[in-house]
Design a binder for this molecule. Sequence first.
Ligand SMILES: Cc1ncc(COP(=O)(O)O)c(C=O)c1O
Ligand SMILES: NCC(=O)CCC(=O)O
Length: 426
Amino acid sequence: MMKSEELFERAVKRIPGGVNSPVRAYGSVEEAPRFIQRAEGCKVFDADGNTYTDYIGSWGPMILGHNHEKIREAVIRASENGLSFGCATEREVEMAEFICERIPHVEMIRMVNSGTEAVMSAIRVARGYTGKTKIIKFAGCYHGHTDAMLVSAGSGVMTSGVPDSAGVPKGCTQDTMIAVYNDLNSVRQLMEESRDGAAAVIVEPVAANMGVVPPKEGFLQGLRDLCDAHGALLIFDEVITGFRLGFCGAAGFYGVRPDLVTYGKIIGAGMPVGAYGGRKEIMEMVAPAGAVYQAGTLSGNPVAMAAGLVQLRTLWEDQEIYTRLCRKGEMLFDGIRKILMKKGIEYQVNSVASLGCMFFTEHPVTDYATAKQSDTKAFSEYFRYMLNQGIHMAPSQFEAMFLSDAHTEEEIGETLDVIEGYFSGI
Ligand SMILES: Cc1ncc(COP(=O)(O)O)c(C=O)c1O
Ligand SMILES: NCC(=O)CCC(=O)O
């Protein structure tokens, strides 16, 4: 820990909180962050020479595992031609075609540099297209740090215990309406209450920023129906679920078609990439085709596109990967459920395919309010034990564990042994 501690001491002097994104700080679990030097497969290696089995996966992108040979080579090859031109390139066309030809609800797509930008832009397009202003989001869902979405947000905002952010003017959030996840009535009510209706409902189709909260049967289809009835667009924020629950993301997994979808993480394979896409008539609103302005100096960056395309091609060509990920998800999350049952502990384990988490509460977790009932002190203790035993998880109760194709049954088995060890000791 010496080197990580030293680095953290230096970091806090020059970087707010010592990190470039709040979720990387270990404040809520009362630890200093481990500084990572290198990663390979499902392992990360810190500055002190410790090795961890990693369940963060860079917060989602690393679905094939870290430092994947094909992606690394694509990046090296692409970078030999220059890092950025600020001009159109063939690879951007390949990327757009590759996605649009395979994902039925994405007829056109625009590349950006992060999930935050993707959401910010999709909302602007929804407002431009519908001529309406209000947006309905769900408490506990996180859609990046754009002003309008920092209301009752999940992820680091929820971990910090301050659900909204300072520095966001009221004017930026007055058109954001907050509904309850898994509660269609709360959405119906907001739609009926608001005089001009809503431009869009934005949802994480599997909520994964208040811990993992799966949609109840019929919830997503119910949103589709409500949007249709009230002339609102349905935006699936698939920054986490896109290309993870299947190539067609949660939309494909649950068979519900959104009007717009946002991507991030996996689409860039570890490079800073986001995207938003959807129905052609909506996407044709985007400049320079249409009147909704959205731009980016580095958008569609050639090196990032090379990395993303290789990852997407690999996922498309070997769709067995999704079967394998589901199997690994079952092994890990059912394994945890079995341990808890054996020990007579009634904590909740929520999971969908390769995403999941354990909540330290006896009550089922279906939304923000129930997620918040989790005993975060108990989580912290568990987290610290796991970290010391070489298991690297997000340092917050309100995040997901991510599996990758590189996790083997052996490593998952070892992780379960550590978890069993923890619950045998308390
Ligand atoms: C569902 C969701 N939307 C949007 C974002 C924002 O993406 P980024 O961090 O790339 O800006 C995230 C994660 O950060 C996310 O999980
Ligand atoms: N689930 C939370 C994230 O993915 C956020 C990562 C970040 O903000 O650094």
